[in-house]
Design a binder for this molecule. Sequence first.
Ligand code: ARG
Length: 464
Amino acid sequence: MSKLWGGRFTKETNKLVEEFTASISFDQKLALEDVEGSLAHVQMLGECGIIPHEDVQKIKAGLHLIKEKIEAGTMNYTVEHEDIHMNIEKQLIDLIGPVGGKLHTGRSRNDQVATDMHLYLNRKTKEMIHLVEAVQHALLNQAKENVETIIPGYTHLQRAQPVSFAHHLLAYFWMFERDKERLQDSLKRVNWSPLGAGALAGTTFPINRERSAELLGFETVYPNSMDAVSDRDFIVEFLSIASLLMTHISRFSEELVIWSSQEFQFIELDDSFCTGSSIMPQKKNPDVPELLRAKTGRVYGNLIGLLTVLKGLPLAYNKDMQEDKEGMFDTAETLEGSLQLLAPMIDTMVVKKEVMRKAVNQDFSNATDIADYLVTKGVAFRDAHEIIGKIVLFAIGEGKYLLDLTMEQYKQFSPLFEEDIYTVLSPEHVVGARKSYGGTAPTQVMDQIKLANQRLLKQEIRHI
Ligand code: ARG
């Protein structure tokens, strides 16, 4: 089997070297992007009069046949032809004869592979935006059902102040909103075309880079051919956005694991999202959120891996850059799988409102509200804080909560306490009183839901 670049060589490549340097085992994932890039390139070559029109037609027909084979899964790839670019070019020449060899005029594998990666990430980033949106819909639907559901709010994983469960869920809605904005923004840079940069210095042929970019749907072209073939920033950017997204998925997963534990029992995950134990018949394990939490590690790893590959590379292309692919595919696939599971898991989880509500009765998370009560009666907050600290200590000693203390007991700490303290201390009142913008009062949460709805609607209109 003769190599496409065999002319300068007198010896066959060592078999181990062939295996070691080949990327076809993984870059075949770029097959359709590669054909797409070639179709645009050859069209442009024809339009610029660089190769005759009949040859363009023959090459296009051959590329379409190859595309069909790729889609049908009947392509044969060989390690001898190293990567997806040379495998496809070899098949083209086998199919249509030596005229296929004209396709590579005015380009190199260096701008070709960069083009493929840009096309791939453009597609994946858009898919990711839709998948994140599905998770946001699931969060929003659960939030709508739980505006009045009260749950202990935590800081340091210690009960702090009660909150609306919807408020807690919506915090994640906004994290995902920012992730989506980042994905959207990154498309600006993904949409630069490297095609026509050649090996590194441009080409002697009168090509039209804007034209091939336009045919591929790119927004602009790299103004510098050396940057075009050696830039992998757009992949680093995707991997870092994905890492932050996984951080959010992982934090939420951690909450699901905690909430579904025997100790909390705030939610129950649907049976279809849990697995059992091979020895303990009573177990229902939250394997899915646990794995989502753990998958974050490999996504971070892919980011660090690529940053490390790039950090010492001189311009322009270096073979090291071939190592950009597996991590990128792995991250895209991991993220896709994670988001696909997360949405239905949120949709189907059962929220145990009663248990949540009971939990709030058995804590001191209304303590700030008695302090605020004294403040409205003229006591300085710092002094009020001190008084309530003493009340809490007293209640703990008595084995009671704040709502259980008698009026007489309250009066011992301050004569300003009146009967209305019992209303102020009810969890509904505590939550409802936090009406400041972005606060947890149901009125505020309803406004937040409206805002979230509008955001999703606006984006859906943009997609149409
Ligand atoms: N398989 C190579 C890669 O993924 C394609 C570019 C090869 N270019 C070269 N000059 N060897 O990076």
